[in-house]
Design a protein around this ligand. Sequence first.
Ligand code: PLP
Length: 401
Amino acid sequence: MVTSSELITTSDAYSAHNYHPLPVVVASAEGAWMTDVEGRRYLDMLAGYSALNFGHGNPRLVNAAKAQLDRVTLTSRAFHHERFADFCASLAELCGMETVLPMNTGAEAVETAVKTARKWGYQVKGVPAGQAKIIVADNNFHGRTTTIVSFSTDEDARRDFGPYTPGFEIVPYGDLAALEAAVDEHTVAVLLEPIQGEAGVLVPPPGYLTGVRELTRDRNVLFIADEIQSGLGRTGATFACEQEDVVPDMYVLGKALGGGVVPVSAVVSSRAVLGVYRPGEHGSTFGGNPLACAVGQEVIAMLRTGEYQQRATELGEHLHRELGLLVGDGAVRAVRGRGLWAGVDIDPAHGTGREISERLMERGVLVKDTHGSTIRIAPPLVITKEDLDWGLAQLRAVLSH
Ligand SMILES: *Cc1c(COP(=O)(O)O)cnc(C)c1O
């Protein structure tokens, strides 16, 4: 049998080193658990950055995919297909919006949001040609395309990828006054994560999202919420914007929309905004394909039960109560987050985020570090309370050394 270390050696030899994975080689997975090629089991406390909100191999999603595999998987948008209508209708309804534009990956959906906002700016708002401005926050993460990294503040994400796309202004996250000062007559959109995931699960100060909503409404600017990681149950609500009862002009969705089975993303907005497109102006070969729509529609049906949001709420309260007990205990400096989603800042004296992640791996728990000394906890929403408690016990054990 091929061992983990042989597979890692071959991967290192033949793949670009744009990731630094933990040295575990997964062979299979079910629910919140993964098994490596040697048969060791690991509790997945990352859940594919929230792409696996419904767990590995969720039977409803696997069955939806299998049934569609036997019918038709790809038509391109040159033709209609049986699955498209219901997917778009049910996603619009879930979002309380009118119109859906499906894509595949998150970055493509963000690109779609950027293009849509610019086109809306020129055609509807009347911004002079080539002058549209989009305001974003520092420490944002919206994906990896050349345009998106142009407005990143993470040097690793940007360096050597210029020349950069103009038309973006960066303001401090959570600072309403700075945002207000940045809005001018050429501003077409404010693009924000309602909670910044990659930055370390940063929750904005209370009233921020409400303030952004009021400001953008007053100034005829689109409020685009990138809910690719925060949305679809993770925070205990369908959308993290609900934490302040805020409804943006546009949702950008991805990750969990594909149920961890296939990449599915979408921009969801009003007819007035997405109605700016004419045939040929934007698209994607795979966007809205039958397999994606079949899986996506099952994800939407599962979310409409409210069951997953409720689990995230209840288990999230438990998670944050338990993590809160660690704060000030020496090893943990701060804990942030909402629902089944937490950023834990470790005192660097106890090790880097990477070292903590490696020690957790040795104890059978998989997490991901971010920004040096932060680890991110985001298990599948189907995790049991017992498994969550076991994972937390491993964290306590690692931090007590
Ligand atoms: C992951 C993520 C993206 C990018 O999605 P990809 O599918 O990796 O392109 C964009 N925005 C947010 C908030 C994300 O978490």
